[in-house]
Design a protein around this ligand. Structure first.
Ligand code: G6Q
Length: 555
């Protein structure tokens, strides 16, 4: 019955029509005007939760916009779907799975049931196993085959089994263990792993093979290279147990690879790859920052889970971020969304969110399998903001496309470079202000004449130097980038993605496009090795396979 109701199309919801009408009224209103009309705009359009501040006042919205967007979320039955997710119902309908990354960071004593079983005891048991193992490594009690402590840990994984741990490890640089260095290998291009192995010593290196399915070609192929490299030095397979551990849901494949399942850290099919950093997939993070800090990361995410479940929609950070995204995507027809962290340690965040968002909501059929007639997940992209300023920001300021953007920065710097930090912080505010205000013809004229420009330069340049402004941005201020605040930030985006998926009526938790890539590559690989000329594909693919085969040694 509920399923039936949920299948009401996004564009058929009553609030959608109201928002379309409202959009006609507001689309030409400049934010300068909105700010001059309402000096309390910041108070009205900002939310603070546990030291995380979202200022969304520099958006093309009024109170009516927010009320209508929240109405849209309600009509899409967001609250009910949210409850269904947290309760462990199988909302991933195409894979018949629950979606419970939130159980992995459930810091309360409440049970979470899947198929009638409380999953919390096994979640805690794996966390405990991770704590013991990472403690042994960090305290140099876990020795390599020649009795030396481990100094380098290499996580071999790809996609969800790589991007999250890598991003978090980078982000929490000040919390790193002083003597153990983490490395992340994902690319099947052997130059990636070979370049790293050249720098490592097998006696002091441990590999974590991270793969939910333990069938992913790239990961297994890199794992075999690592195994060969290790055995060349160790000369006896019995030493593998001291240098290889696995993180997976697939015990059988782990043991077939030759890793003792005693050295396997388990997780479950209700943890999606791109939502898995909170699970045993985060083992590399825990080794890098310690169990206590890992728990703070979980605690931060839990804080955001609580906020997401309890705050009214109008004051709910993930809901507001999500609905603003929908406002631009579906009413202003924006095609992309930029993620701009002003923080070197957060440099992996844009790439991490590319996957989290685009793999979740880059879908063109709704959850009932009907083709959608509206735009869904935007293109997510970005880089560290300060570098972007010297590169693509030109297009943000004066291009023809609307590119809403999130500016993310911490208040407290980690190291004692306060002056540098002040420069960075001013850049964030200068950019968001300029994107909002722009510079009018009159202001540009005054600026040029003050700089001593007269005709002909003035008339030649002035039109090029006018900035229309009215470009929407969110500013996210983090008190200090710590395990807890990072946990909150990541969970904020996870829930934003969830909300958008619900409103667009998508299943955000399958990834058939990724699965297709995995199958196709295996088929083409077989063709590369077949003895005859390949003619079973299209003319282009046939020719390219044959061209390649003619030029490489295949033995
Ligand atoms: C994530 C995706 C995908 C996945 C990788 C690795 O949600 O499903 O990115 O994480 O393809 O898969 P394995 O962990 O199974 O190796």
């Amino acid at each position: 019955m509920n399923q039936q109701k949920q299948s009401l199309s996004f564009t058929g919801l009553p609030a959608y029509k109201k928002l379309s009408d409202h959009h006609k009224q507001i689309k030409n209103v400049h934010m300068r005007r909105l700010f001059s009309l309402d000096p309390k705009r910041f108070e009205k359009f900002s939310i603070e939760h546990h030291g995380l501040l979202l200022d969304y006042s520099k958006n093309r919205i009024s109170s009516e916009t927010i009320a209508l967007l929240c109405q849209l979320a309600k009509e899409a039955e967001l609250e009910k779907w949210r409850e269904r997710m947290f309760k462990g119902e199988k909302i991933n309908n195409t894979e018949d799975r629950a979606v419970l990354h939130t159980a992995l960071r459930n810091c309360s004593d409440k049970p979470v049931f899947v198929d009638g079983e409380d999953v919390m005891p096994k979640v805690r048991a794996v966390l405990e196993k991770m704590r013991i193992f990472s403690g042994e490594l960090r305290e140099a009690r876990w020795k390599g085959f020649t009795g030396k402590p481990i100094k380098h840990v290499v996580n071999i994984g790809i996609g969800g089994s790589d991007l999250g741990p890598k991003m978090v490890y980078q982000a929490l640089n000040p919390y790193h263990h002083k003597k153990i260095k983490l490395h992340f290998v994902s690319n099947v291009d052997a130059t990636h792993i070979n370049a790293l192995l050249k720098k490592l010593n097998p006696e002091t290196t441990l590999f974590i093979i991270s793969s939910k399915t333990f069938t992913t070609q790239e990961t297994l192929s890199n794992a075999h290279i690592a195994r060969g490299w290790f055995l060349k030095a160790a000369r006896d397979e019995k030493h593998i147990s001291q240098h290889f551990v696995a993180v997976s849901t697939n015990k059988k494949a782990v043991s077939e690879f030759g890793i003792d399942t005693e050295n396997m850290f388990e997780f479950w099919d209700w943890v999606g790859g791109r939502y898995s950093l909170w699970s045993a997939i985060g083992l590399s993070i825990m080794i890098g920052i310690g169990a206590e800090n890992f728990n703070k990361l979980l605690q931060g995410a839990y804080d955001m889970d609580e906020h997401f479940q309890q705050a009214p929609l109008e004051e709910n950070m993930p809901v507001i971020l999500a609905m603003l995204g929908i406002w631009y995507n579906n009413f202003f027809k924006a095609e992309s969304h930029a993620i701009l962290p002003y923080d070197h340690f957060l440099r992996g965040l844009p790439m991490y969110l590319e996957q989290a968002d685009m793999e979740s909501n880059g879908k063109s059929v709704d959850r009932d399998g009907r083709r959608v007639d509206y735009s869904t997940g935007p293109i997510i992209w970005g880089t560290t903001g300060i570098n972007g300023q010297h590169a693509f920001y030109q297009s943000l300021h004066q291009g023809t496309k609307m590119i809403p953007a999130d500016f993310i920065v911490s208040i407290q710097a980690h190291f004692n470079f306060q002056k540098q930090h002040n420069i960075m912080f001013s850049n964030v505010l200068a950019q968001t202000e300029a994107l909002m205000r722009g510079r009018t013809y009159e202001e540009t004229y005054a600026y040029l004449t003050a700089a001593g420009e007269g005709p002909p330069n003035l008339s030649k340049r002035i039109h090029h130097m006018v900035f229309e402004g009215n470009h929407p941005t969110n500013t996210i201020l983090i008190e200090k980038l710590s395990p807890r605040s990072l946990g909150m930030l990541i969970a904020l985006y996870e829930h934003k993605i969830f909300v958008q998926g619900i409103v667009w009526n998508l299943n955000s938790f399958d990834q058939w496009g990724v699965e297709l890539g995995k199958q196709l590559a295996k088929q083409i690989l077989d063709k590369i090795y077949q003895p005859n000329t390949v003619d079973s594909h299209d003319a282009s693919t046939n020719a390219l396979i044959n061209y390649y085969r003619d030029r490489v040694r295949l033995d």
